[in-house]
Design a protein around this ligand. Structure first.
Ligand SMILES: Cc1cc2nc3c(=O)[nH]c(=O)nc-3n(C[C@H](O)[C@H](O)[C@H](O)COP(=O)(O)O)c2cc1C
Ligand code: SF4
Length: 469
């Protein structure tokens, strides 16, 4: 129980392994979230180092570290910071703690177990780019994270780390904690900004304007992920060379990944970026330990529910975007969902599609209508009342969201294994394509399971209508 009597949810938690620990170094302490433990273990030293340098030098350190954003797109933080137009003030920092992508629960642990590390990261970012106010947006359902961050903010204000003239310098900044209302789409940065402004959480059209130039209240705004910012104290304390000594040139440092599904030890792992392979993670003795009951692997989702699926053929790919991309998927939010040989593939795809159809904000027709259509067609296939025609219909509806020359389920000549990713899209944000990605993957990789579900049903045999009095 927390102080307010909120039960601490029992969920697969963090599992330590031999990886160098940058962002999870305090997770083993029971009081990891307190300022006393934080200061005792080197906390706020990165901020002190930053304040002893010029903002430009701190920005340069982060740019040289090539810290890739951990929210999904993997864009380098130091480069993004440089997009703020010169001379335009005030500027804001928005921390994206909305984490709602299916399978993703790493940021929640960072917020619950080491909130001071995140706060210190926010302060370093604000100092480096002259941001005068920080908004920390936490997903609505994450009550423990909200409470721990609120407590940490109070402690940090009291200790002089936040507020006016921080640690006796000219640097002043305020951090505001904001609780979301639990919408997945608000994780998209412009929808998050709309929500912060008090509007409905619907994404803005971009281009032309990205938040770094016109964001919150029309001002330059940097939106960064919780894990991205949590890396900053370590980088400032240890230097960019030490950070780049871990991982690879193009994917330095570590990254947190959340593994769920049919593995022996699901949980969050901090792994070496760029070199750790999916096989290391899923089968490694110090990691997930293999598939439950030693069953065979059927498929896995490599980067959150929106990512196209992989099979055992891709197990030896490392966590390196430049290698995963050409294979037709993405590392996304760092969530790996593992399916063993017993998985009903159409049913698994339906679960994901249902989520994205439900979370559509409704602003674009192809997403609002198409997602629902996909869900309905998938539902009747899974229920056994689908038809052979439905297999093509799935792709036709998908093509209205993601236009392209998709291999149709009935067209063997086109080669069903070709996955044209990243998809083109007719929608403002990626929620629309996300409803289609699981359907497309499942149908492409396991067409026989769909055929078995519709076998024997004629093309006019739609029977899934239940009317009750
Ligand atoms: C539908 C959708 C949901 C998203 N959800 C999140 C989220 O929960 N957390 C997050 O950090 N980024 C999320 N993103 C990515 C953000 O738009 C943004 O790129 C990210 O917060 C930038 O932080 P980074 O550069 O530190 O990765 C989402 C994007 C989309 C399209
Ligand atoms: S793609 Fe979907 S969630 Fe995104 S803006 Fe359009 S309707 Fe809203």
């Amino acid at each position: 129980m927390t102080e307010r009597g909120i039960p601490i949810p029992h969920a697969p938690g963090f599992i330590a392994n031999k990886t160098p620990r940058i962002v999870t170094s305090r997770f083993d302490y029971e009081d990891s979230f307190t300022i006393a433990r934080y200061e005792e273990t080197g906390g706020y030293q990165g901020l002190r180092t930053a304040l002893s340098r010029t903002p430009e030098a701190v920005h340069g350190e982060v740019r040289d570290a090539s810290l890739l954003g951990r929210g999904g797109a993997g864009f380098p933080a130091g480069v993004k910071w440089g997009f703020c137009p010169p001379g335009v003030w005030p500027r804001y920092l928005v921390v994206n703690g909305d984490e709602s992508e299916p399978g993703t629960y790493k940021d929640r642990l960072l917020m619950e177990l080491d909130p001071h590390q995140l706060i210190e990261g926010c302060l370093i970012a604000c100092y480096a780019i002259g941001l005068s106010q920080c908004f920390l947006y936490v997903r609505g359902e994450m009550a423990v994270a909200q409470e721990r961050i609120a407590q940490a903010l109070n402690e940090a204000y009291e200790a002089g780390y936040i507020g006016k003239n921080i640690l006796g310098t000219e640097f002043s900044v305020d951090i505001v904690l904001h609780w979301g209302a639990g919408a997945y789409v608000v994780g998209e940065e412009t929808a998050l900004i709309e929500s912060l402004e008090g509007n409905r959480g619907m994404p803005r059209l971009k281009p032309p304007y990205f938040p770094a130039s016109i964001g919150l209240y029309g001002q330059p705004t940097i939106v960064n992920n919780v894990e991205t910012l949590s890396n900053l104290p370590w980088i400032l304390s240890n230097g960019f060379e030490a950070f780049k000594a871990i991982g690879t040139e193009t994917s330095p440092g570590t990254r947190m990944v959340a593994v769920s599904g049919h593995v022996k030890r699901p949980g969050v792992y901090e792994i070496v970026n760029g070199t750790t392979t999916f096989r290391d993670l899923i089968y490694g003795e110090t990691m997930c330990g293999g598939i439950r009951n030693d069953a065979a692997l059927k498929a896995f989702v490599p980067g959150g529910g929106s990512a196209p699926w992989f099979t055992a053929d891709q197990l030896d790919l490392p966590f390196e975007a430049s290698q995963v991309g050409p294979e037709g998927s993405m590392l996304g939010s760092g969530a790996i969902m593992v399916m063993d040989e017993t998985t009903d593939i159409p049913a698994a795809a339906l679960t994901l599609t249902k989520f994205y159809a439900h979370e559509s904000c409704g602003k674009c027709v192809p997403c609002r209508e198409g997602g629902t259509w996909l869900e309905q067609i998938m539902r009747r296939i899974v229920n056994g009342s689908g038809t052979k025609r439905d297999l093509d219909l799935l792709i036709e509806v998908g093509e209205t969201i993601c236009p392209g020359d998709f291999p149709h389920a009935s067209n063997k000549e086109k080669g069903l294994s070709a996955v044209p990713f990243p998809y083109k899209m007719t929608t403002i944000c990626f929620v629309g394509p996300s409803a289609f990605a699981p359907v497309h993957s499942a149908l492409t990789l396991f067409k026989e399971e769909f055929e078995a579900k519709v076998a024997g049903n004629s093309d006019r045999n739609y029977v899934e209508v239940t009317i009750s009095a």
